[in-house]
Design a protein. Structure first.
Length: 478
């Protein structure tokens, strides 16, 4: 498992390391050495020997000057483009130690590798004027390496209108969460992390195959369907297809039973289409429903006061894991989210940005500016597990949080959320705690999307194609 940190956290850790007695120039020397090796590897892959470092006047620029000096000493053709007027003390020392060419105007020629050392994590303002021209020059490069973080990429992974688009980013010290959230997934390119001796704690989890694999142990021969839990999908009522997709995904999760309950109007649309599902016509909450290990509510249900009453009843009488998705969340937003505070069950909510906006009364832009803190704050306030869906979904439960690293644009299609809800429900039904079930479900939906994009393409697969890739996604862990 890896951990990711915000820009603000990394600035704090840098400060603490210096206060513990590690001089700034030592940290800069380590960072410069790591950056030198990254640029050298890129030049080797390209079969070239020329690079330009675009340096600002802060410590990120100092890292660039150090790396440029080291490459120059190894015989590479290196120059630095620096238009800064003021410099940090450490950056000025690194600049003075560099004996190569320092350009004072933006050159017309292109270099085999262009290195972004403008701002790092210290940027707190829009990029404009001359700095914008420098970013344009960097982006015109043949191969772009960003030092620490692409200039213009902010916390939350939100890219400014002017932002470096890197082929490769070297994250110094620890992995920056901005590199894998939102726009970061598009502008950071290949991500490498260099250990430069900065201690960190309290990061956001980034799970890997081995972490997810542990939730799919080899099964014993002497088991039966009752050994693997019962999931109950209470959905449909407005859109039967959503209920169908959720149940279909649940079947792939490993749960022993998948039960699907829909209203009378939609029962005939589904009967016989999923023979492995125990299909029910829903009339009222009953003992079978309450005895299930996980209940998922809301996919294609429509927003209604009646649904709100059912959710309220489950909150006060159910003791398993209750997953609220889609119209269940929109119903809470309309009739009252406060019922989440008083419950007898564990609750998972799975909002996308617009649904989360309705729940909180905050704009999607505000929520996405810091999705980890957004999810954690809601989780702590209401005592629920939050699955904040986006291209890089954030999962939060109290102080604990995770960023899901898997996924593909193929998932940007109706039905993906229904598939996720069903798969998480089946995973939770197997006895896996809500946070872990949510992370496992998100990871495998993302992996299934990657497989569908690889085997088909990024445009054509629909939700059923993605669901049918769940078995391959699980197999990829083994």
């Amino acid at each position: 498992m890896k951990y990711a940190y915000t820009n603000a956290q990394m600035r704090m850790f840098d400060k603490k390391e210096i206060e513990r007695g590690t001089p700034v120039d030592i940290l800069m020397s380590r960072a410069g050495e790591a950056l030198k090796e990254t640029v050298k590897d890129a030049l080797c892959r390209l079969g070239q020997r020329d690079a330009v470092f675009v340096c600002g006047g802060g410590n990120n620029g100092g890292d660039g000057f150090v790396a440029a000096r080291l490459l120059l000493q190894e015989g590479y053709e290196v120059c630095v483009l620096c238009l800064a007027k003021t410099f940090s003390k450490a950056c000025m020392q690194a600049k003075e130690a560099f004996k190569g060419e320092i350009l004072a105007i933006i050159p017309r020629r292109t270099y085999s590798v262009t290195v972004d050392c403008l701002f790092g994590t210290g940027l707190d303002r829009p990029i404009e004027n001359t700095d914008a021209d420098l970013v344009a020059f960097i982006n015109s490069g043949k191969y772009v390496v960003a030092c620490d973080i692409p200039s213009g990429l902010m916390d939350g992974g939100i890219a400014q209108s002017v932002c470096v688009e890197a082929d490769e980013t070297l994250s110094l010290g620890q992995l920056k969460s901005a590199l894998i959230l939102s726009d970061g997934a598009d502008v950071a390119g290949k991500i490498c992390v260099a250990d430069i001796g900065i201690s960190a704690e309290g990061g956001t989890e980034v799970w890997e195959d081995a972490d997810v694999r542990s939730y799919f142990p080899k099964r014993k021969s002497n088991t039966h369907k009752g050994s693997y839990g019962s999931a109950y999908i209470f959905a449909g009522g407005a859109l039967a297809g959503a209920a169908f997709l959720a149940a279909m995904a649940c079947l792939k999760s490993g749960a022993g039973y998948t039960r699907l309950a829909v209203t009378h109007d939609y029962f005939n649309q589904i009967v016989g289409k999923l023979p492995a599902v125990v299909l029910r016509e829903f009339h009222a909450i009953d003992g079978e429903m309450l005895s299930s290990d996980c209940i998922a509510v809301g996919m294609g249900s429509g927003v209604s006061e009646r649904l709100y009453a059912y959710i309220s009843e489950l909150m006060s009488s159910y003791t398993g894991t209750l997953l609220l998705d889609a119209d269940a969340l929109n119903t809470l937003a309309q009739y009252g989210v406060e019922i989440l505070k008083n419950k007898t069950c564990r609750v998972i909510i799975t909002p996308h940005p617009k649904e989360f906006s309705r729940l909180t009364g905050r704009s999607t832009e505000e929520l996405l500016s810091d999705p980890v803190q957004t999810a954690k704050a809601f989780s702590e306030q209401y005592g629920v597990t939050v699955v904040f869906k986006n291209n890089r979904t954030v999962i939060a439960e109290g102080d604990r949080s995770a960023i899901n690293p898997t996924g593909s644009p193929v998932l940007a299609k109706g039905g993906s959320g229904d598939a996720l809800a069903g798969f998480i429900a089946g995973t939770a039904a197997r006895g896996i705690p809500p946070f872990e079930a949510a992370v496992v479900g998100c990871y495998l939906l993302g992996r299934a999307g990657e497989i569908a994009a690889r085997d088909i393409n990024e445009y054509s697969p629909d939700a059923t194609d993605i669901i049918n890739c769940f078995p391959k996604a699980i197999r990829s862990l083994m």
